[in-house]
Design a protein around this ligand. Sequence first.
Ligand code: ATP
Ligand code: MG
Length: 286
Amino acid sequence: LRPQDIDVESDSRLGAGAGGVVQKGVIRTTGQPVAIKVIKVDDKPKRDQLINEIRGLVQAQGCPYLVQWYAGFANNTNLQVNVALEFMDLGSLADLKKRMANAGMSGAPSNHVAAISAQVTLGLSHLHSKHILHRDIKLENILHNREGRVKLTDFGIAKDLDATLAVAGTFVGTVTYMSPERCLGEDYTFISDIWSVGMVIYEISTGNYPFKDISSFPALFEHLCEKPEPRLDPGVYPTAQCEYVALSLVRDVSQRWDAERLLSHPFVSGFTAADEQALAQFFATL
Ligand code: ATP
Ligand code: MG
């Protein structure tokens, strides 16, 4: 795939993050839709490093629960990298959360949360088995499509994200999926990704970010590192769903389950194609 093989549609912005914008494009010869993500970099060595990482990721794939990275192109005239990605027609789980809120729902029904959790955990388990850390699991980096498929994206790219919680300025709207150990500056390990999965599942279950009412960095820090971990209300949610969150959101890393082990949990272990079809139908109602 070369840059000239892709037509970027004008006015087709799919979203924007800290690093740049994502637009819709199409492969000229086949008509296949793609997402084009622009990542800005500080200098040429960083650009070349990123291109190398992307080339590695392009090869390391072939999992149905990971967004396919087709190619990365460096632009010689400016400091940016363009990545061609598999296009996911319903956007991210942040979009799903908004659509559920607009439909007056506080969270997705349990069977659908289970189907989402299963796919997220399958994708992560595949990454971990290839010794790739995700590092940035959050609603925006989990995409979904009309087939009821859920996939992780933006994994394995070296980013200076560790400063996110410490940035100066206003707190308004600050949301972190960062694990307590990472927040404390300790090593980031495979199990750190699991904390973020627990946060995401909690949020899709309830329609709310677990620490949504917290209004300052010290308070957020205290909740992450000292207060009891977020738990689903067992009076409202099925036991298996509460357990899945409780096994992921464990501050003690030696007690937190890894992706492989979570896949054996009854909340997700029975996941089938029929659950995916039911999820597709649910997406279609929103
Ligand atoms: P960050 O700056 O931390 O990366 P982000 O994940 O929100 O934040 P982007 O990765 O640039 O930023 O993505 C922005 C948005 O673009 C996503 O939230 C999603 O809605 C949309 N998007 C990204 N990739 C795709 C894709 N492959 N298919 C469809 N939509 C996508
Ligand atoms: Mg992203």
